[in-house]
Design a binder for this molecule. Structure first.
Ligand code: SAM
Length: 295
C-alpha cells in the first residue's frame, strides 16, 4: 500500500496517475491490432470544479498555462492523450454537468466523431457495454470509475472484469464511506450494511472486520454474557481486503493501491488498479505499479 505524500493534492494525484497510465497504454496499444476505448463512467464536466471561492481566486492568479492545466478533469485529460483512443465513452447522469461535458465535442472537434455521450446512470451503461463480446470484437480499453462516495457496486466491477478487455482505475471510498460505516461496536444501520454488501459483493466483510469482545469485557444479561462485537480492522486492512476482492475477479491487481488523503492527512479514497486482459497483465501491472509508487 502506498500513501500519497503529505501536502500533495489528492485530486491532482488521481488525475496525474490516470494521465500517465493512459499515455503509456496508448503508446503500447498503437502497435496492436485492437480498437481502443476510453470509458469515463462518472465523467463530470470535463473540468475540475474549484472547491471554494478561495481556490477560484488562486486559479485566477495563476495566469499562465498552469492555470488551464489545473482546471482539466479526467475527460479532457483523456482527449489530450496522444496517440488518441479510437473511441471515447463519457457517462454523466447530472443534466447540468452533462451539458458542460457535451461541449467537449466542440472543443475537441477533431475527435468529435469518436466521442459518445450518455446522460444516464453509469451502472446501466456499463452493464450494456460489458455485455458485448469484447475479445471477439478485438476491443480493448481503460475504464475510469471516479464516483462520489459509495456509488459503485460490485456487480458493476464484476461486469467490467468479465470483458477480459478493460483495465480498471477505481476510486474506492475508503475514508469517505466505508471506514465511517464500520462502527466501533458493530451496530450498523441496516441501510449502511446493505450498501457495504453491495460495494463488496458479499457480506463476509462482517467476519473480517469484527471480532467478538473478550469475555472479561462482556456485559451480562440474566447472568449470561451478551454476544458483543468490536471493530478489529484498520484502514490499511480494509484497503487490503478490497484489493484482495479485486484479485478474485481480475487476472492482475496492483499491490500498491494509493491512499489519497485530504489536507489534514485523513484518507478519503483508495486509488486501485486492475488489469482486464490476462495476456496484457505483465506490462500493464508494471506500468500501473510504477505510477502508484510513492517514496
Ligand atoms: C467525482 S465526479 C467526477 C470527476 C471527473 N472524473 C473529473 O476528473 O473531472 C463524479 C461525477 O459523477 C456523476 N455521477 C454521480 N452518480 C452518477 C451515476 N450514477 N451515473 C453517472 N454519473 C454519476 C456526478 O454528477 C459527478 O459529476
Amino acid at each position: 500500500l502506498s500513501r500519497q505524500q503529505f501536502g500533495g493534492n489528492w485530486t491532482e494525484e488521481k488525475l496525474q496517475s490516470l494521465r500517465k497510465y493512459l499515455g503509456a497504454y496508448m503508446t503500447v496499444m498503437k502497435k496492436q491490432p485492437f480498437q481502443t476505448f476510453y470509458i469515463d463512467a462518472f465523467a463530470g464536466t470535463g473540468y475540475r470544479k474549484p472547491r471554494s471561492a478561495k481556490e477560484e481566486v488562486l486559479i485566477k492568479q495563476l495566469v499562465d498555462e498552469d492555470s488551464e492545466e489545473f482546471r482539466k478533469g479526467s475527460a479532457t485529460i483523456a482527449l489530450e492523450i496522444s496517440p488518441s483512443f479510437d473511441k471515447y465513452i463519457f457517462v454523466e447522469s447530472d443534466p447540468k454537468n452533462f451539458a458542460e461535458l457535451a461541449k467537449l465535442k466542440n472543443v475537441h472537434s477533431r475527435l468529435a466523431d469518436r466521442i459518445t455521450l450518455h446522460k444516464k446512470d453509469a451502472a446501466v451503461v456499463i452493464k450494456e457495454l460489458c455485455s458485448l463480446d469484447w475479445i471477439k470484437l478485438k476491443w480493448r480499453g481503460v475504464i475510469f470509475l471516479d464516483p462520489f462516495g459509495m456509488n459503485v457496486s460490485w456487480q458493476t466491477i464484476e461486469a467490467i472484469a468479465k470483458t477480459h478487455a478493460l483495465d480498471l482505475w477505481l476510486l474506492f471510498p475508503l475514508g469517505v464511506g466505508v471506514n465511517r460505516m464500520i462502527t466501533k461496536d458493530g451496530k450498523i444501520q441496516e441501510a449502511w450494511r446493505e450498501k457495504l454488501n453491495i460495494l463488496f459483493g458479499t457480506n463476509e466483510w462482517q467476519q473480517e472486520f469484527y471480532k467478538p469482545k473478550e469475555p472479561g469485557q462482556l456485559k451480562l444479561f440474566n447472568n449470561n454474557p451478551v454476544r458483543q462485537l468490536e471493530k478489529a480492522i484498520t484502514l490499511e486492512g480494509i484497503a487490503l481486503y478490497f484489493n484482495e476482492r479485486l484479485k478474485t475477479i481480475f487476472p492482475g491487481v496492483a499491490d500498491n493501491p494509493l491512499m489519497l488523503t485530504n489536507s489534514k492527512n485523513n484518507p478519503i479514497y483508495l486509488l486501485c488498479f486492475a488489469v482486464g486482459n490476462p495476456a496484457g497483465k505483465g506490462p500493464a501491472l508494471r506500468i500501473a505499479q510504477h505510477i502508484l509508487r510513492r517514496k
